[in-house]
Design a binder for this molecule. Structure first.
Ligand code: GRF
Length: 210
């Protein structure tokens, strides 16, 4: 699977590195053909360069939505990407990308969707809301990406406990390794061609005999 990994401007790049490490260890049957970001100085892009991964900076600023969409599609085609992973990329993807890579785009969200998702619900804000609500379990969701924030069909979900004395940082730290493992597992299911989408549901088909 030729994978493009989209990163955010503020993210640490830990999901990107978890994907890269899984590929290096033979746990994910893919090749990172592009690490895409809007800001060249983003910490996650610095980590990508440090790991020798191909970086493509596609700025959104100074372009209208159509111009940004065209530039992204060109970058993905040039890189030969046949699947996309959103690893801390916080923008809505242009329709041309969602439609062009339909059911081949996976996002990881640090909560059990549909709860604690949507516009503005990312990173610290999510864990703050989970604790403030008094939830007893939290978790992460790997899902296919559609035209809105965090609303695509769910591939995998994993849970963690919320402890009474948790702070958002403590909860985030407990969840992060679970996110990494869940993201890699979902991408491997995609690489194996084992995801079948029926309406809103994603069914995992049995492993095909070799
Ligand atoms: C992760 O918590 C992920 O769930 C969310 O953005 C964060 C990115 O973290 N979508 P990192 O940059 O991969 O460390």
């Amino acid at each position: 699977m030729n994978l493009a990994v989209f990163v955010g401007t503020k993210g640490r790049g830990s999901n990107l590195m978890a994907i890269h490490d899984a590929i290096t260890a033979g746990r994910l049957n893919a090749r990172i053909v592009a690490v895409v970001g809007t800001d060249s100085a983003a910490p996650a892009l610095e980590r990508a360069r440090g790991a020798g991964l191909p970086v493509r900076v596609v700025p959104a600023k100074g372009r209208d939505a159509a111009g940004y969409a065209d530039a992204l599609v060109d970058a993905l085609r040039e890189a030969g990407a046949d699947a996309i992973a959103l690893a801390g990329y916080l923008r809505i993807l242009p329709e041309a990308v969602v439609d062009g890579w339909r059911h081949r785009i996976v996002n990881i969200h640090p909560a059990l969707l549909p709860a604690f998702g949507g516009k503005g619900m990312y990173g610290h804000h999510v864990h703050e809301a989970v604790i403030a609500y008094g939830a007893k379990v939290s978790g992460c969701t790997a899902h296919l990406v559609d035209r809105d924030y965090d609303t695509g069909p769910v591939i995998l979900q994993r849970t963690v406990a919320v402890e009474d004395d948790d702070t958002p940082d403590i909860l985030a730290a407990r969840l992060l390794p679970v996110e990494h493992a869940t993201f890699v597992e979902a991408l491997q299911l995609l690489a194996d061609g084992r995801l079948k989408v029926e309406g809103r549901r994603v069914l995992v088909e049995p492993r095909r005999p070799n």
